[in-house]
Structures are given as C-alpha cells and as structure tokens.
Design a protein. Structure first.
Length: 243
C-alpha cells in the first residue's frame, strides 16, 4: 500500500491524530487539522492512510478511532496475562457485589489502557472496550494510577462523576505490587444508579477488590490472608492456572 505512514515525522503526526480523536471522540477534517496544527492537506493524507489501515473510521459525523485499535489493544493486553488473570476473580466479585461494570486499567504511553472489562448484567450499563486507551486526566481510574487525588478524598479510592462521559460515574482504587502502583480497579455505571457520590456506595468494595488483586500479585505477602466470598466460604480470590 503506497499511502502509508512512512518516516518518523509522519508517524508522530499520525499518533497525534489518534490522540486527538481519542480526546475528541469524533472530529471533522478541519477540526483535526486545526486541533493539531497541521495543513489540511497533510491531515487528509494521514487520515486516509489511517482509515486504510483500520486505525480510524470515517462516517457522517467525521473521523473517529477505528475498531482495529481495539484488536491491537486486546493483543497488547495478552502480553500481561498474569496481571489480567490475577485480577479477573476480584473484578467478577466486584461486579457481583455492585451490579455494575468493572474494569482494570494500566498506564501506558500517558494514557490508561483497559486490559480487563466485565459488563454489568443491567441493560443500561457502562461498556468499556477491551484495549480502549483513555485519557489519564479524566476519570477516577486515571487519578488512581497517577496518585493525583482530590482534596478530601480518602487514601484508598477516588471517584468521578460525568468527567469523561455524560451520565456516567465511577470509583477506582490503585493496585500495588513491589511498592508501586501497577494498575487500577474501577467500577462504573449510570449516575441514576450510582448516585453523584458513588464513592459512598462503592468505595469500600472497590478498595477491597484492589487489595485482593494486590495480594494475588504478591502471594508471599498475603498467603495467610483469605477473603470471604459472598457465600461465606474462604477463598484467596486469585486465579490459578493448570500446571
């Protein structure tokens, strides 16, 4: 394919377009060109190449991120099987306890990437595609990863209401391993169910889920700790693989 992103200069501009669309949701050609500060002809050439590769899609509303990015994100997530596998039981538990969608995010390239996404059973629910790369500066998960908490928030969790999407609220807590934050556990749902103070309802549960994941990543530090499941039976909450 002749119309490709050749050269580091074009590659950098192509990445800038992807980041712009990730923040904007959708944008027209003039909006992309002015938002990034490049000639419209250059923006059109790069957008055409990105569309050809499936990284960007074009519809009546303009340009938006393409579904190929979701697949690439999924494949990238498979490189972290131990983290995703370790977190899944805790996220299932959190989803069952709250009835809302749960996610696990990691920081990558200045953004937060979803590597586990479990949907709520409700027909009206939050859907975060696996592999989605979202802004760090908007949403509770970004603050949980960066440690940028708001005044008055407790140390264990952080909340957000309609920061990234209208009508959506979330609560997130950091996952620790080796003394560092390696991921963020999040629960999200429509404001009409979570309320505008979702931390009051879900904060302790999200913090517990994050603690379980942290314990699975550092089994020697938590080998004697066992979390109670909803049935009252003791369980480590960690996924195991067949030997």
């Amino acid at each position: 394919m002749r119309d490709t992103l050749a050269g580091t200069g074009s590659l950098g501009k192509g990445v800038a377009i992807l980041e712009h669309l990730a923040a904007a949701g959708a944008a027209t050609l003039p909006q992309v060109a002015s938002g990034i500060g490049m000639p419209r002809s250059t923006a059109h050439r790069l957008l055409s190449a990105l569309v050809a590769h499936g990284l960007v899609e074009k519809d009546a509303g303009g340009y938006r991120l393409g579904s190929r990015l979701v697949e690439l994100g999924r494949l990238a997530g498979q490189r972290r099987p131990s983290l995703a596998q370790a977190a899944t039981p805790a996220l299932l538990w959190l989803r069952d306890q709250t009835g809302e969608s749960t996610q696990l995010y990691v920081a990558e390239g200045g953004r937060r990437v979803c590597i586990v996404s479990l949907e709520s059973p409700h027909s009206l629910r939050t859907i975060v595609p696996l592999g989605a790369a979202l802004p760090m500066e908007r949403g509770s998960a970004g603050r949980a990863l960066s440690g940028d908490r708001r005044p008055g928030e407790p140390a264990g969790w952080t909340e957000s209401v309609e920061e990234r999407e209208p009508g959506v609220a979330s609560v997130s807590a950091p996952v620790h391993a080796g003394g560092s934050v390696v991921a963020a556990v999040s629960v999200s749902g429509p404001v009409e169910r979570t309320s505008r103070r979702p931390g009051r309802r879900y904060g302790a549960l999200v913090e517990e889920a994050a603690r379980r994941v942290s314990g699975c990543l550092e089994p020697r530090a938590s080998s004697s700790e066992h979390a109670l499941t909803s049935t009252g039976r003791k369980s480590s909450g960690c996924a195991t693989t067949a030997s």
